[in-house]
Design a binder for this molecule. Structure first.
Ligand code: MG
Length: 387
C-alpha cells in the first residue's frame, strides 16, 4: 500500500513569532513544522511526504527536508491563496500509485503514530475519515447579539483535528469540487459535499493545533519535560581553625571545611543539583575557583546565581532535598535556619526546601571526622512565561 502525507504549511501567520512564520518557530530544538513532518516520515506505513510551503520558502526549503535522514521522501510544493488551493497543488503531485492520502496541519506537531495508523485504516475502510474529539463543554448557538438561541446536543458535536485521510479518488473528488468554486475550511468538508461519507475516528486531546502564544508556551513546556531532576554532591576536608558554614549559616564547631571559598557543602551540592536539572553544566564551570571573582564569594551567592540561570533557561524550582553527612557537631538545632537560608537564596518558600543531617557511624574519613559531604536532589519544571 502506498500512503502519501500532505503537510499543509503554507500559512504565513506571524502573530506568534514576529518575522518568522508560526510553523517555523522552535519547540524543543526543532521547528513545529519539522516535528509534524518527522511524525509522518518515521511512520513505517507512510511512503512519501509532500510539504506545502509559502512561496517565499518553497524555493529554498529548510535543509533538513532534503537531508539524508529524510531519505528523499520529502517533496516541496508551493502553496496557493487558500488552504484548499495549497492542498490541491499538493494533490496534483501525489504519486500515481498512491492508495491513501493524509492531509495534516503543520501546526499540529504532536500527532502520534497511533493516530496516523488509525487514519490510514479508516480511510481504507470507509473512503474518508477524520480525527476528531468529542466536546466536553455544553455547546450554544448564538445570534448576532451573542444571545443564545439554542443549546446543541453535545453528543452530536465533534471538533475536527488532522490527519484527515482519504482514498486517493475521494480526495480527487473533493479537490475537483473545490476547483469548481466551493470554498471549504478543510478537505473533509469538500468530501462531504462531493457526496462521500466522512467517518470520525477518536482523536487525541494532546494533538493540539498551536494557535496562540499560550499554545506555543505549553508545547515548549511539554517537550522539555514536566519535571526535571538533578543531583549534586560535594565534599570538603575538615580542619581546625576554619569556619563551618552550611547553607550560609555559621555552625559552631572547632573544625571547619577547607577550601578556596567558604567551602559550604550544602550550597555547593544544591547549586550542582539545580544546574544539573537544567542541564547547565556544573559549579566548577560557572564559578571556577581560579577566577578571582569567585575566590571569596559567599556560596549562597553562587546558589542564588544558579537559580537565576535556571530561571533564565525557563525553569522554576519545585523542591530541593539535601542530606548533610557529618560526624559532629550535631546540626539538628540549625536545620530550620539552613532551610530558610537556601529558600531565600533560590527564591522559593521554605516548604520546598528539605535539609537532613546524617552521620557515617564512625566509618571512613567522614566517620572519623576528617571530612564533610552533602548530597542534593533538585526538581525543576519548565516555567510558564507570559510573553
Ligand atoms: Mg565544594
Amino acid at each position: 500500500m502506498h500512503v502519501t502525507a500532505i503537510i499543509a504549511a503554507a500559512g504565513s501567520g506571524r502573530r506568534l513569532g514576529g518575522a518568522v512564520p508560526k510553523q517555523l518557530l522552535d519547540i524543543g530544538g526543532r521547528s513545529i513544522l519539522q516535528h509534524s513532518v518527522d511524525a509522518f516520515l518515521r511512520h513505517d506505513r507512510v511512503s512519501e511526504v509532500i510539504v506545502v510551503l509559502p512561496g517565499s520558502l518553497a524555493g529554498a526549503p529548510p535543509a533538513w527536508m532534503t537531508s539524508a535522514s529524510a531519505g528523499g521522501r520529502v517533496r516541496v510544493v508551493e502553496g496557493g491563496t487558500r488552504r484548499q488551493d495549497s492542498v490541491a497543488n499538493a494533490f496534483d503531485r501525489v504519486d500515481a500509485r498512491c492508495d491513501v492520502v493524509l492531509v495534516h496541519d503543520a501546526t499540529r506537531p504532536f500527532v502520534t503514530p497511533d493516530l496516523i495508523s488509525r487514519s490510514i485504516d479508516a480511510a481504507m475502510a470507509h473512503g474518508a475519515a477524520i480525527v476528531a474529539v468529542a466536546v466536553a463543554d455544553t455547546v450554544k448557538r448564538v445570534d448576532g447579539s451573542r444571545v443564545v438561541t439554542e443549546t446543541l446536543p453535545r453528543e452530536a458535536i465533534y471538533l475536527a483535528q488532522t490527519p484527515q485521510a482519504f482514498r486517493r479518488a475521494v480526495l480527487g473528488d473533493a479537490v475537483a469540487l473545490g476547483r469548481a468554486g466551493v470554498a471549504a475550511t478543510d478537505e473533509a468538508m469538500l468530501a462531504e459535499q462531493a457526496g462521500h461519507p466522512v467517518h470520525v475516528i477518536p482523536g487525541d486531546a494532546a494533538n493540539v493545533k498551536i494557535t496562540t502564544a499560550a499554545d506555543l508556551e505549553a508545547a515548549r513546556r511539554d517537550l522539555r519535560g514536566a519535571g526535571r531532576v538533578g543531583t549534586g554532591y560535594d565534599l570538603h576536608r575538615l580542619v581546625e581553625g576554619r569556619p563551618l558554614i552550611l547553607g550560609g549559616v555559621r555552625v559552631p564547631s572547632p573544625f571547619g571545611a577547607l577550601g578556596h571559598s567558604d567551602a559550604d557543602v550544602v550550597c555547593h551540592a544544591a547549586t550542582d543539583a539545580i544546574l544539573g536539572a537544567a542541564a547547565l553544566g556544573d559549579i566548577g564551570r560557572h564559578f571556577p575557583d581560579t577566577d578571582p571573582a569567585w575566590k571569596d564569594a559567599s556560596s549562597v551567592e553562587l546558589l542564588r546565581r544558579a537559580a537565576v540561570m535556571a530561571a533564565e533557561a525557563g525553569f522554576e524550582i519545585v523542591n530541593l532535598d539535601v542530606v548533610v553527612v557529618l560526624e559532629r557537631p550535631k546540626i539538628a538545632p540549625l536545620l530550620e535556619r539552613i532551610r530558610q537560608g537556601i529558600a531565600d537564596a533560590v527564591g522559593v518558600t521554605v516548604d520546598r526546601i528539605s535539609v537532613k543531617g546524617k552521620t557515617n557511624e564512625g566509618v571512613d574519613a567522614i566517620g572519623r571526622g576528617e571530612a564533610i559531604a552533602a548530597h542534593a536532589v533538585a526538581m525543576l519544571h519548565a516555567s510558564v512565561r507570559t510573553t
